[in-house]
Design a protein around this ligand. Structure first.
Ligand SMILES: NC(=O)c1ccc[n+]([C@@H]2O[C@H](COP(=O)([O-])OP(=O)(O)OC[C@H]3O[C@@H](n4cnc5c(N)ncnc54)[C@H](OP(=O)(O)O)[C@@H]3O)[C@@H](O)[C@H]2O)c1
Length: 261
């Protein structure tokens, strides 16, 4: 897909991977519709996107958990731009600690943001995408969506859900011209850990790298976009999965005794 003047929607664009993704698309000359809850932060990002080369950027305060607000974001973008070329479902958060201790409110927030938020925006965008017989939906899953992380059990489950939703929807849409892709960031330097608790385990990548991967995926859609070392590690799962569960559990118990108790 040609990105210049394309219409790209990004959820959770007020910080981290979403912010970097908006900027990366802006540098390619894409038009942008951005949403998140922190409107002042979002407006700062929008201004930087304009400076970076985006011909048009709109912002909307949206709590993605709310179906009406999520659908309103897509409807406003369709009104403003007349079409959608790329939908990046990025908004999300995590929770660290023992599943046993996870409060009900946090559990609901994770499911409603990481899974249902993706469902609401995708349902809202699909009629226009299918009618156009074109477009790309990019869902931000996580390495935890293919290699579950002990002490982030529900977060892992929500990201497996994003992976499953992406693959199933890809099959539903085959032949329509609409592509569905899942992107799997590894540990990335964003506000994620200050919002969600826990500490990064292993190498930490800049958000810009994930953003560039998302832009490449929009240009050349593929089912799964993952950095190479993790693609290789993923191949070992059927044989070594059980051992890896224990090894990560032990590593987190050692490095984060406060989180894992
Ligand atoms: N950082 C990592 O190591 C990592 C690794 C793998 C996958 N990921 C995934 O990458 C995505 C982005 O996370 P990040 O690392 O960039 O973290 P981040 O800096 O905390 O950004 C999260 C974004 O999601 C938005 N958001 C959260 N809840 C929302 C809600 N209810 N409604 C609307 N927007 C909401 C936040 O905006 P507001 O607070 O302004 O609403 C913010 O813009 C998430 O899906 C995360 O699971 C991150």
């Amino acid at each position: 897909m040609r990105l210049k003047n394309s219409v790209v929607l990004v959820t959770g664009a007020s910080s981290g991977i979403g912010e970097a993704t908006a900027l990366a698309f802006a540098r390619k000359g894409a038009q942008l519709a951005l949403c998140a809850r922190r409107l002042p932060r979002l407006q700062e990002v929008a201004e930087r996107c304009r400076e970076a080369g985006s011909p048009r950027v709109t912002t909307k305060r949206v709590d993605i958990r709310d179906r009406t607000q999520a659908r309103g974001f897509v409807a406003a973008a369709l009104r403003d731009f007349d079409r959608v070329d790329v939908l990046v479902n990025n908004a999300g958060l995590g929770a660290s600690g023992r599943l046993l201790d996870l409060p009900e409110e946090k559990a609901r927030e994770l499911v409603e943001t990481n899974i249902l938020g993706v469902v609401w925006t995708t349902q809202a965008a699909l009629p226009a995408l299918i009618a156009a017989r074109a477009g790309v939906i990019i869902n931000v899953s996580s390495i935890a969506g293919v290699r579950a992380a002990p002490y982030s059990a529900l977060y892992s489950a929500t990201k497996y859900a994003v992976t499953g939703l992406s693959h199933a929807l890809r099959g539903e849409l085959s032949g329509t011209g609409v592509k569905v892709c899942a992107v799997y960031p590894a540990v990335t330097a964003t506000e994620f850990f200050s919002v969600s608790g826990g500490r990064p385990l292993g190498p930490v990548y800049p958000a810009r790298w994930v953003a560039n991967l998302i832009v490449r995926t929009a240009r050349f859609p593929r089912r799964d976009a993952m950095v190479l070392p993790f693609r290789l590690a993923h191949l070992a799962e059927p044989i070594l999965g059980g051992l890896i569960d224990q090894a990560i559990g032990e590593a987190r118990r050692r490095s984060e005794p406060d989180v894992t108790r």
